[in-house]
Design a protein around this ligand. Sequence first.
Ligand SMILES: [Zn+2]
Length: 271
Amino acid sequence: MDRETVRAKWLEFFESFGYVAEIQRVGDNFPEERSLRVLFGDVDHFDPDFALYVLEYPDQAIFDAGKAAVLDTLLPEQREKVEAYTSDLNIHITNLPENRYVDIALLHHDHVDRLISTTGIVKKIKNPEPFITEATFRCKKCGNLIKEPQSTLTETIKEPSKCYKEQRGCGKPLGMTAFDLVVRLSKVVDRQIIEVQSYGEKKEKTERKKIRAVLWDDLVDSVLVGDIIRINGILRIMPKKRGKEKMNRFDMLIDVLSVESENEQETKQGL
Ligand SMILES: [Zn+2]
């Protein structure tokens, strides 16, 4: 599916499943409220093929076309407010189907870049830190401001390869000019790394595997050590590093889209 088809699907979905009013309500409360909660079951009822696309290609479906469709649905003054703010309006997909559930110990490269759901007990919570998702640079030759989207998977900042003419720049490549980062004009959101361990009294100690997960923006500080949670998110891999060298082995982590509490459910099941 191309971007425009996916965007049109979202718009049709928002119309037919009552999300327009909800999006505009969040738009009214933005930036105090910054996330739209979408029940996966609604998307599935709307169009099972589209729902499958969302599960298989969440980066295109949610972060790209989905966010664009949310912006389209906002009232003009709300859209202006969201676009001028440092963080985006997030889409939190919740209640994934059981067939997307994967035990932490069984997560592997087949799941990379797909939407999955897993449960575990929170073992560690790191301090939140600001993270640049879209950097704004000033060209040292012409003074123009250039935007460069940043990968959420790398620790280093990506500079523009040139002073892009499409962004009204002078066209000089990096080397012929240099760029200064302008933090004040960049999109910055908080992120927090947590460590989650598979859970269940029946599990042997050796079966208890851990994984790191990244909470973004308003999900930061939403869990406590000891909480039993269900995480819905996208599995990522990052090359392990030895000093500055990237190695051919990978670390896995989950880019979290939503968190659901499992505490109550676990108690009911008497685990
Ligand atoms: Zn320039």
